[in-house]
Design a protein around this ligand. Structure first.
Ligand SMILES: [Zn+2]
Length: 325
């Protein structure tokens, strides 16, 4: 735990994953506010209590929790807080948190339909399907929805930015006066796999193209005056433009690799995934597949490739009308 800025404290909580930890931030504004809520574990809760106590507060002093997005490592401790704590998040969290069972069914229907089309062997199905028993990380509801440009009365100076891409529910908090961005998982040092596949929103037929959204969010951030990002994982980010450019370079490399592979022969989405992410797809299939689909979305958008959907298994081809990098 350390004080980063006047009144903003970084609290690092345990998170059993390759990342090992997740950052939450305590802000002493008009009211005590927590940004993000770690993972749902008693160990994480004890650590949060301990660190908040050593700052001279109690967890019950926290009046508001703002979540940057719905992922389990950012909402997990919501259930530990009392019912009168307000929880702020983007309205898209509605289905991910408040209506999860419905979304889970919707997601599985989408996966079942696409698993064949993507050419994915049955063995990987269980890594994609959400199990009946698997609940949302928290049952506490979002009480207040956030939208673009909103200013929160208890956090003077900060403005909500909608920054979809890592997932559809993602927001950041931006303080223009000193160029500070509380960035959630938009950018993390040394991480170049940033999007997670999502089903179409309930009521829509189209799957969100999250890597396209992600790139728009990155360009937006690049054009703002930002001096420092407090991320959801890892150290503060100072070299913001550099990290954004690296993200684009990494994508460019993956796009070129797909183009080379397709020059040799048409591929299914699964085949591209296994060749793009050798060593990763075997252990983190959902992540590798999400990024592959993102790269394919980009190449399709740029008209470099086409997807033939006439057969049960879809096939990616180079666009017969050539487009050049
Ligand atoms: Zn995270």
């Amino acid at each position: 735990m350390n004080e980063l800025f006047n009144g903003i404290h970084k609290i690092v909580l345990p998170f059993q994953s390759p990342l090992n930890h997740v950052n939450v931030y305590l802000i002493e504004g008009e009211e005590l506010t927590l940004i993000d809520a770690g993972v749902n574990s008693s160990q994480a809760w004890s650590e949060l209590e301990f660190q908040i106590n050593s700052l001279g507060y109690k967890v019950t002093d926290i009046k508001n929790i703002v979540i940057t997005h719905h992922h389990p490592d950012h909402i997990g401790l919501l259930d530990y807080f009392s019912h009168d704590v307000k929880v702020f998040g983007h309205s898209y969290n509605e289905s991910w948190i408040n209506d999860y069972k419905n979304l889970q069914m919707h997601f599985n229907k989408f996966i079942n339909h696409h698993i064949k089309a993507y050419g994915i062997p049955d063995g990987f199905k269980k890594t994609l399907i959400k199990k009946e028993t698997e609940g949302v990380a928290s049952t506490k509801k979002i009480t207040n929805f956030l939208t673009e440009g909103q200013v929160l009365p208890f956090l003077p100076g900060f403005k909500v930015l909608e920054t979809p891409g890592h997932c559809s529910t993602h927001i950041c908090l931006y303080r223009k006066t000193d160029g500070l961005l509380i960035g959630g998982d938009l950018l993390i040092n040394n991480i170049f796999l940033n999007t997670f596949m999502e089903p179409p929103m309930i009521g829509s037929n189209e799957r969100p193209k999250l890597l396209l959204e992600y790139n728009k969010s990155l360009l937006r951030i690049k054009n703002l005056d930002i001096n420092l990002i407090y991320p959801g994982h890892g150290e503060e980010i100072k070299e913001i433009d550099l990290l954004i450019d690296l993200q684009f370079k990494k994508q460019q490399k993956r796009k070129k690799r797909v183009m080379r592979l397709l020059r040799e022969k048409p591929h299914t989405i699964y085949e591209l995934c296994t060749k793009l992410f050798v060593g990763l797809y075997e252990i983190q299939f959902a992540l590798a597949l999400s990024e592959t689909i993102g790269i394919i979305d980009l190449l399709k958008e740029e008209k470099h490739i086409v997807i033939n959907k006439t057969d049960e298994v879809w096939v990616c081809n180079l666009n017969p009308v050539p487009a050049y990098f």
